[in-house]
Design a protein around this ligand. Structure first.
Ligand SMILES: Nc1ncnc2c1ncn2[C@@H]1O[C@H](COP(=O)(O)OP(=O)(O)OP(=O)(O)O)[C@@H](O)[C@H]1O
Ligand SMILES: [Mg+2]
Length: 240
């Protein structure tokens, strides 16, 4: 597989929530081995963009090519089966099921035969899950639930993973663990990452490039180095 294969190619994507325009003319690319950041203030359209990429929302205009083929809107199961997995902002765990069953469900669609191997891999990133396999997901702490939600997505052997504010509400130690996991994914190079983050410093440690959204449009983009260098400026310009 070419290391710079274009996994996701979005051109002129527009999306509405009912009659309200939510995304307008989004252009975005993601290549094999890459991690990109989606930044922007509350309501900028970050989650909407992830949901559109995952096939949950109809496209009003534009084209999304996924793994070289046009992706049909309204078919999220197909998108997941093809290897694009989203970890949503509210985690969407099966609260009444155990950690084990949540992880098992993660690998059903794509990677059933490799359950054991994938489980080991997830434990490698999040040892804490191994100690809590029989615990009901709903009783896990917020940070543990975030790890479980990411672990469940990884069980499916994604080629692309979309993470919607994985550090939100987490204490510094958990933020560090999630950060280390994302850096490991990046290093290993098998999973390309789309990371929505309010924590710009965390994003800067993980992503190669960023896109800044405001009112449903990409208003700036650049290399991660710019995030570090121009943090104050970017925050002032696009968050206030
Ligand atoms: N299902 C929906 N119906 C109507 N409007 C919606 C819907 N989902 C989102 N919106 C609106 O679309 C805009 C973008 O929302 P979105 O959730 O994508 O923002 P976001 O960048 O993810 O914000 P946050 O950082 O707060 O999560 C907001 O104005 C929101 O109110
Ligand atoms: Mg959001």
């Amino acid at each position: 597989m070419a290391t710079n294969e274009l996994l996701l190619d979005v051109a002129g994507l527009s999306v509405r929530h009912g009659r309200v325009p939510a995304l307008a003319g989004i252009d975005l690319q993601l290549r094999q081995g890459e991690a990109i950041g989606l930044l922007g203030a509350n309501g900028a359209g970050k989650t909407t963009l992830l949901n559109a990429l995952s096939g949950f929302l109809p496209h009003e205009a534009g084209v999304v090519r996924l793994f070289g083929k046009p992706a049909r809107a309204g078919a999220p199961h197909r998108v997941a089966q093809a290897g694009l997995l989203q970890v949503s902002q509210d985690r969407d765990l099966f609260g009444d099921l155990s950690v084990r069953d949540n992880l098992r469900l993660g690998c059903l669609a794509r990677a059933k035969a490799r359950y054991d191997r994938n489980l080991e891999r997830v434990f490698g990133y999040f040892p804490r899950l191994q100690e809590r396999m029989e615990q009901r997901a709903a009783t896990m702490s917020g940070g543990e639930q975030q790890m479980l939600a990411i672990g469940r997505a990884l069980m499916a052997e994604p080629r692309i993973i979309l993470l919607d504010e994985p550090s939100a509400g987490l204490s510094p130690l958990f933020v560090q663990e999630i950060g280390a996991m994302m850096q490991a994914l990046k290093r290993e190079g098998e999973v390309a990452l789309v990371l929505v983050e309010q924590n710009m410093r965390l994003a800067a440690q993980v992503v190669d490039r960023f896109y800044m959204l405001r009112a449903g449009q990409v208003v700036a983009q650049g290399p991660a180095a710019e995030l570090d260098r121009d943090y104050e400026h970017l925050a002032r310009e696009y968050y206030l």
